[in-house]
Design a protein around this ligand. Structure first.
Ligand code: ASP
Ligand code: MG
Length: 414
């Protein structure tokens, strides 16, 4: 008998029928012998609707009131799931985030979980109940209700699994696992039986649509094994974990010589800034990047060209949403160091080949560059990390690049 935390997303509890269906799945699992804590999102588009409603009242709803309002969405779904379980004869109890012991800081709309006090959860479990927890919310020391940011129920589930030392955390959603590429772009993606936390995080925008990155990070820190699977069918799903390949029970042992590339990621959220004619002397990079860091803007790819007559061009990328602000910060800095020009552009995308262990095998980068060359795709910038090789290319060629790389690295469904 194991303790398992499950999470059901908004579409899985979208209406009364789906709620009853989810309750039947939970009941079956309980009958198979597992102890269960179940975290739920708000029904369907409830959160969006509540935000729209608040905006009809006032252009700028106060953050505290908005969080209290939004928290009701998950309270509705948790109570209904609990009622459905009781109707099936299963002892259950619904708890708000606060009742479940989720303590957060005071950053309304994007609160961070500071601690989970699992006493109440344990007591209910000891009494043999299935505990249904309203996701996406917590409470501050001052007893104000906060929300964790959009998609935050995943984070609630992983945090509870960590606090209870659960066997694993199961995220049930409307996709049935993690694929080697975004299925909306690549026609023949394969489903991965398993993936490491770091690899999952590198899947960028595609991965983030499946699961909240903060939840994956939390899982990595506390070593919570996370299964992503469909709530609509019984197909096996993808296990996110840290153990080396082959140790996962139920998964097929993988050969050492397997292709170390597990997927192709892409992300169109790229804004590029180039500072032209930067004097090539110590301290310049600090002068430019420190103010950006202070403004909370994270800089991604940074490239400094070889200097010609002690002048160099410095190029870096930021999220599109930060581009305007970043330019406003960099312009006066550039002026102060005598750099004549700051250029900004969008229309770019990142394409990455992702896989732990690529570094130890030669030829991955070469194969990526050759593939893009054969497609006639120009590489604007290149960066690498331990688990990925990234090229920045013209946004209009993103889909071609993903498909060509998927083929070149032999990732298509067998
Ligand atoms: N209901 C919240 C949202 O839509 C939280 C979640 O679904 O995880 O963002
Ligand atoms: Mg939702």
């Amino acid at each position: 008998m194991a303790l398992v935390v499950q999470k059901y997303g908004g579409s899985s509890v979208g209406d009364a029928n789906r709620i009853k269906q989810v309750a039947r799945r939970i009941a079956q699992r309980r009958e198979a012998g597992d102890d269960l804590v179940v975290v739920v999102s708000a029904m369907g588009d409830t959160t969006d609707e509540l935000i729209a409603l608040a905006e009809q009242i006032t252009g700028e709803p106060e953050a505290r009131e908005l969080d209290l309002l939004l928290s009701t969405g998950e309270i509705v779904s948790s109570t209904l799931v609990s009622m459905a379980l009781k109707h099936l004869g299963q002892p259950a109890v619904a708890l708000s985030g606060a009742q479940a012991g989720i303590g957060t800081d005071r950053r309304y709309g994007r609160a961070r979980i500071l601690k989970v006090d699992p006493q109440r959860l344990r007591r209910e479990l000891d009494e043999g109940k299935i505990v249904i927890v309203a996701g996406f919310q917590g409470i501050t020391e001052e007893m104000d209700i906060t929300t964790l940011g959009r998609g935050g129920s995943d984070t609630t589930a992983v945090a509870i699994a960590a606090a209870l030392g659960a066997e694993r955390c199961e995220i049930y959603t409307d996709v049935d696992g993690i694929y080697t590429a975004d299925p909306r772009i690549e026609p023949r993606p394969s489903k991965l039986p398993e993936i490491r936390y770091e690899e999952m995080l590198e899947l960028a925008s595609y991965g983030a649509k499946v699961m909240h990155p903060r939840a994956v990070e939390l899982g990595a820190v506390y070593k919570v094994r996370i299964l992503v699977a469909s709530s609509f069918n019984d197909s096996p799903g993808t296990l996110i974990h840290s153990t080396s390949s082959g140790q996962v029970h139920g998964g097929s042992p993988m050969m050492e010589q397997r292709n170390k590339v597990m997927g192709i990621a892409c992300d169109a959220d790229v804004g590029r800034i180039t500072v032209r004619g930067v004097p090539d002397r110590p301290g310049i990079a600090t002068t430019i990047f420190e103010p950006l860091a202070e403004a909370g803007i994270s800089v991604d790819t940074i490239v400094q060209n070889a200097s010609v007559e002690r002048l160099t061009d410095l190029t870096f990328t930021v999220a599109k949403a930060d581009l305007k602000r970043a330019v406003e910060i960099v312009k006066p800095v550039a002026q102060s160091i005598g750099a004549p020009e700051v250029l900004a552009d969008t229309g770019l995308a990142k394409v990455s080949v992702v896989g732990a262990g690529m570094q130890s095998g030669p030829g991955y980068a070469a194969r990526m560059f050759r593939t893009l060359f054969q497609e006639g795709i120009n590489i604007e910038l290149i960066t690498t990390s331990e688990i990925r090789i990234t090229c920045i290319i013209d946004e209009g060629r993103t889909e071609d690049a993903v498909r060509a790389l998927h083929l070149a690295f032999e990732l298509e469904e067998a």
